[in-house]
Design a protein. Sequence first.
Length: 406
Amino acid sequence: MTAPARARGSQELIRAEEPVLAHNYHPLPVVVARAEGAWVEDIEGRRYLDMLAGYSALNFGHRHPALVDAAHRQLDRLTLTSRAFHHDRLAGFAERLAALTGTDMVLPMNTGAEAVESGIKVARKWAYDVKGVPADRATIVVAADNFHGRTTTIVGFSTDETARAGFGPFTPGFRVVPYNDLAALEEAVDETTAAVLIEPIQGEAGVLIPDDGYLAGVRELTRRAGCLFVADEIQSGLGRTGRTLAVEHEPVVPDVVLLGKALGGGIVPVSAVVGSRGVLGVLRPGEHGSTFGGNPLAAAVGTAVVELLETGEFQRRAAELGTVLREGLAALVGRGVVGFRARGLWAGVDVDPALGSGREISERLMREGVLVKDTHGSTIRLAPPLTVTGEELRGALGTLEKVLTS
Ligand SMILES: *Cc1c(COP(=O)(O)O)cnc(C)c1O
């Protein structure tokens, strides 16, 4: 007989996962049982500062009271209808999200990958219906080292062999160019191009920030070429970089923005494709859909997320505390840190490989009560909840210093 869950300790629970869970992740050896704000607690009662925040899914921290309250109130009233019927939460959610992002139409979905897939379908439909690309000839230009999710179509245009190998054959119609290279983009775009799909900052690749002028250049180039600019803001958007959208660091308005992660308030998966009526208006009943997309619980939580962002408080915090983060990391350069890239409360930190892999540094930080995630090689990424305090952030930077210099 299996022992009741509460009788099992961390090590036992980690071992229990091995035979029953698909091995598509390699988590840090911490078993989280509860959380509040920027802090999580494991089942033995040890506390950790969450400096990953669910890859930005927890931008407002764990269990933000306004979000939990919105979810509770909705749970007591209506949770799901499917889109076969209207429900009373969807119009308000769509209106407020469109207003927040400066667009006029919203296509609600659930996960980030679904938003990307939906963006691809909308761009192709637009290319055939509006631009007049011959049937089945539409192309989409993407950037090397992208991360857009895990479906077969999406990993088909990934340049990460681990993500691709063994999953073909893949969807045709994608061209890959180097990121942050306008000349290569110009070369790849032609009369078949439906869209250029990029991340304004490449998170998974190590928080790679393009040169000033790149995003404006993409906007200018796509406008000239008569194709769409689709910005994947699933990780970079909704406050993370100190603005509502990361593209706002340049005077840029994409045709289509993909949102996810933080839109669900750390409670439910909520994603959306937002864009102009001229683009999203191409979809007709039956051409695309999702049973759960825009459900009442998702819409209620999503609306509460938009309400938090409407005040500008979180964007301001991210910008202000971003200075603390940047200065703290700058002081570590040459003392275990070989380089870093940061914008708002988001940083990719390249650790001296002699001190250990990103994974080893992450494990040492974990033992000191700070949770982060490594990415390629000796890079770790920092993305605390936007509710983190300056004191907590300085504490985490102090722990990083200790781990790197002792
Ligand atoms: C996380 C992420 C996705 C995929 O989102 P899921 O919800 O995991 O499917 C897509 N694009 C970017 C930039 C992401 O960070």
